[in-house]
Design a protein around this ligand. Sequence first.
Ligand SMILES: [Zn+2]
Length: 442
Amino acid sequence: MTALSTIVAACSRSAETTDADGPSLPGGIDGRAAFSAIEALTGPLSAGRIVGGDGSAATRAYLRARLEAVGLAVEGLEFIERVALNDGEAFLRARTPGGATTVFEYRSDFREAPINGFDGGRASGPLKRLTGSGFEPGTILLAPKEARPSEIAAGLAAAGAAGLLFELDKSSPALRPLWPGHEPGALVKVKHGMPILGLSGEAFAALAAMVATAGADPGADAPFIELASPVRFADVIGANLLAVWNGDGGSFEPAYLVMAHYDHVGADPDGSYFPGALDNASGVGVALALAEAAASYRPRVDLAFLFTDAEEGGLGGSTAFVSAPPFPLGGASVINLDMLGSCAETRYSVYSSGGQAGVSLSLRVERALSSGGIPATSEHPVDVSDHAPFASAGVAAVTVCEYDTEHYHRKDDLPEYLDTDELDAVGDALYRLITTAAVAGP
Ligand SMILES: [Zn+2]
């Protein structure tokens, strides 16, 4: 039996047997409650949970209903986001000088790439390999994986390139990216006129061979490309959901703010969607189960539970929250949950931005997880998750992450690859940490 089949077998067993401990104890969460949220968030009603979409609204309605059902007050906090939708045409065809046409397939040979805010649409023109020697305006350029498209795209567009095809490096056409690469907190500036597609290694090699064959014959024309990228930037309303537990009965000053982003990368033009189970229905499920545990066991400590939107496009929801927090954040320790409970034996990371408060919190969280049977390592500085805007504002903030990338941003990021018992154990360890705040030292 291979290692992989061992893990899969162990995982499907844990998904079938619900919670081996029976009813939850006052020390923790109910892993089944977390898992049921994961199933809801990965279903067709949520449809990939892209910011501004109907699936996002359905997801918020589900979370609000669960939180209000246990008596928690819930508030929606809106903000503007600019998102790269995939709702246009997607095609790529190459006609060689002999007249043969090769048709490439979306999601297996090529994908969209919202790099630097370049939007999609159609383009056509002769194909030329990107070299240092320049090109005619109207050319479609073919770039190898060493080319770093985010660094060269603006210059190529200014020089009149009609389109850019680049070989994906450590990525795949099956993966849907959403972040254009801009600074978090700003709306990306949209650029027009040079659709960009990422290619599989095989598609890149096929196109490079066509260019080479045509180049070997001085009388032959270059291969002719027709392409369309489905990327379309749209301004939409994002919404964070905040639930509060006022455990000490006085003014609300949370010792901990537990958060998780509920958005994901949406759907393709054909309506098939990215379920986002590990990323990040898993973190939402655990954060929700923590909120439900607090409402049921009533710890004498103030706790906030924040479900952020628009993380995938550049930390939009957490940035918006930090810019106008509805309560003082100074005394709070922020624990962001992003990708938990994978069946893979990936070690947990506790990311912080590197300041003293963040590192000290990350060590506290690492100890809490490890003593709950979840080996974890603190890592800093890591700024690519929702804790970062809090850290920038001087708040102690970390992200707990089991960074298993096997199904990352793909349509097979499904609940069946998550382990209910592991979600339960992570939630229990975090529940003990956040409800013993009064005695926890740095
Ligand atoms: Zn993601």
